[in-house]
Design a protein around this ligand. Structure first.
Ligand SMILES: [Zn+2]
Length: 642
């Protein structure tokens, strides 16, 4: 659905926009088994990129050194580099030239000696060329050049997620192999600045009016988070001072020019407060020894490059979103693209946490917006088909519904256990990668609650519940009968607790949590202190659900609702005609539900014996019969009739 993606505005889904726009041209790389076995046989611990890049062209030249430990005896080193890029030479640890061959984007290098298991070695790849264009990668191109519409500045920038790092540097594109440290040196014209990861160690002046920017990061980093942007930038510096840190944290912004700074001054100035807030919520900003910052590039949205997000525009939502990714996405990276919601759902929800704290007047509308979009989804939040980047970066499903799962986890655990769980998750998986199961396990260990159904229903399952809540009040007893159906997939129901606000005749109200049950029909009786005059479902939009609340004067204090001897239904199974024999005060209201809880029809029975016509479709139906004197529910099997 290309059109539905294109109408998403940049304010709404932050970094998904650019990621989704170009999805149609994408093809997931298909690797040979030989290649996969070879890249699984080593672990990268260090890269040194030494590249020449200018702001007016994507032409790139230089070399990348890869140092690695082998897991098993290895005599061939494999990596990826797009076939449009020319390899000039490959050198081994002793500077000796190594032989290599290429099959499509896979490159195989014959090492000059067999490396024993747990041995270390390095390979240096010299290359040059113009990276491919035509949006053949997942997100446009891995390496792009363009001019900003508003400020007229030309920039060359990288955006590798999820599979496009190979379009500009030789790499191993495996999420679970974080690189321990990286040097990124970029030589460019003196009027340019180069934004990248980590700390700027020095700028070395070179002949021919060139400078070499020497960046280094000592934090583990995933391959797709290594980035560069080259342009004639205006530098703006700020500092964050989160609680519990002696030194302040550098916030370095590379903007198009001074006017761009003036235009975005207010928003950029808020970054330090958000960074401090998130440090309180999730643990200290993970890369505090280096920096945080933004570098501009002419694309829509933003990209959470580690320690320096690349931004199409500076908007509050995108700024918050990419900053949230520094914890969830960068410090903890999803261990497979199937678990992408651990990056994007988190960043999407955390946007709301900034609103809740700093702009509470907008919080509720922002939440409603995300909820409404989360309802426009089909399929599971967990990505079954990672070959489809359209599915991966589906903003309603991965971003908005993923975000709402986190919102509902907060309701399910309560604020204190929710935030404690997020902190534990950061503690355990920081600098590593994590799966949905890893996250679930941390939440269970922190909270002591079993969250198996929660994650099964909301991450692996699809749709969301729709509730019809019938209530009545007799002698200060609240009677509730909750009928549930799944808006999308028949038969699978949700066990999340229901939030109800109860209004009393005396003007007071209380908030109740009705224990969830994955049942099509669920009756409960709750003794209260006063007569109830009204009920509000989902009063703070705690859960993703539709709901109808109705007073039902037939709903009374019959606790064992399935055993009312005064009513007989037969035959069961029925071939369509069901005899209803009532030996109690008439009339009674009969309601017929299918097994997803959908009301099929109602009928008021005035005679003691009547014949009821069941719906045409075969299957199981629930027949609810009752009035103020009693009520029962019975399941009837409807068989084929002829
Ligand atoms: Zn994002």
């Amino acid at each position: 659905m290309l059109s539905s993606i294109i109408v998403v505005s940049a304010q709404e889904d932050a970094c998904s926009k650019q990621k989704a726009l170009f999805k149609s041209a994408f093809k997931k790389p298909i690797h040979s088994n030989t290649y996969l076995n070879l890249i699984n046989a080593y672990d990268v611990y260090y890269h040194a990129l030494d590249l020449a890049i200018e702001a007016d062209t994507t032409f790139i030249s230089g070399n990348v050194l890869t140092a690695f430990t082998v897991n098993q005896q290895l005599d061939t080193f494999a990596f990826e580099l797009h076939q449009d890029l020319m390899i000039d030479s490959i050198k081994g640890s002793n500077q000796q030239a190594l032989g290599f061959y290429r099959i499509s984007d896979e490159v195989f290098v014959k090492l000059n000696q067999t490396i024993p298991a747990l041995g270390k070695t390095q390979v240096q790849i010299f290359y040059h060329g113009t990276p491919p264009t035509g949006a053949s990668a997942a997100i446009g191109n891995g390496f792009s050049n363009g001019v900003s519409a508003n400020y007229g500045k030309r920039v060359t920038w990288s955006l590798s997620q999820p599979y496009a790092a190979k379009e500009w540097w030789p790499c191993k594109q495996a999420l679970t192999d974080k690189i321990d440290s990286v040097d990124i040196h970029v030589t460019t014209a003196q009027n340019n600045k180069v934004g990248s990861n980590g700390l700027l160690k020095q700028i070395v002046q070179l002949p021919n009016n060139k400078n070499r920017y020497e960046w280094k990061t000592n934090y583990p980093i995933d391959f797709y988070l290594i980035s560069v942007s080259v342009g004639n930038y205006f530098e703006n510096i700020d500092y964050a001072k989160p609680k519990g840190l002696k030194d302040s944290i550098l916030i370095l912004n590379y903007l198009y020019n001074e006017q761009a700074y003036i235009d975005n001054k207010k928003t950029l100035g808020e970054c330090k407060d958000i960074l401090s807030l998130f440090s309180e919520y999730f643990g200290m900003y993970p890369f505090y020894k280096e920096k945080y910052g933004h570098t501009m590039a002419p694309f829509s949205g933003g990209m959470e490059h580690q320690t320096m997000s690349t931004m199409g525009i500076i908007s509050y939502d995108i700024m918050v979103h990419e900053l949230a990714h520094q914890w969830f996405g960068d410090y903890i990276t999803c261990s497979s693209w199937s678990d992408l919601w651990l990056n994007e759902g988190f960043a999407s929800y955390i946007e709301l946490l900034a609103y809740e704290k700093f702009y509470p007047q907008y919080y509720y509308n922002k939440l409603l917006g995300k909820m409404n979009r989360a309802k426009q989804t089909s399929g599971s939040v967990y990505v079954l088909d990672t070959a489809s980047v359209e599915r991966l970066f589906n903003s309603n499903l991965t971003y908005n519904k993923g975000g709402m799962v986190l919102h509902m986890l907060r309701w399910t655990l309560g604020d204190s256990l929710f935030f404690a769980s997020l902190k534990s998750y950061v503690n355990v998986y920081g600098n590593k990668t994590a799966s949905t199961t890893d996250f679930k396990n941390v939440c269970e260990q922190t909270s002591g609650k079993n969250l198996g159904s929660f994650f099964q229903e909301w991450i692996m399952g699809s749709g969301f519940p729709s509730y019809t809540i019938n209530w009545n009040c007799t002698n200060k007893d609240l009677h509730l009968n909750v009928f549930q159906s799944n808006v999308q997939s028949a038969g699978s129901l949700f066990s999340i607790d229901l939030p109800l606000r109860i209004y009393f005749a005396n003007g007071d109200s209380i908030d109740l949590r009705i224990p969830g049950a994955a049942l099509a029909s669920n009756y409960s009786k709750i003794p209260l202190i006063d007569s109830v005059i009204g009920i509000q479902f989902n009063y703070n939009r705690q859960i993703l659900a539709n709901g109808i609340v109705k007073r039902d004067s037939f709903l009374t204090a019959i606790e064992t609702i399935n055993q009312l001897p005064d009513i007989e239904l037969y035959p069961n199974p029925s071939n369509g005609k069901l005899t209803v024999q009532i030996n109690m005060q008439l009339p009674v209201l009969i309601r017929v539900f299918n097994m997803t809880g959908k009301l099929m029809f109602e009928h008021l029975q005035n005679q003691s014996t009547e014949l009821l016509e069941l719906p045409a479709e075969e299957g199981l139906y629930m027949i609810e019969i009752g009035n103020e004197h009693g009520r029962m529910i019975q399941k009837i099997i409807r068989t084929f009739s002829n």
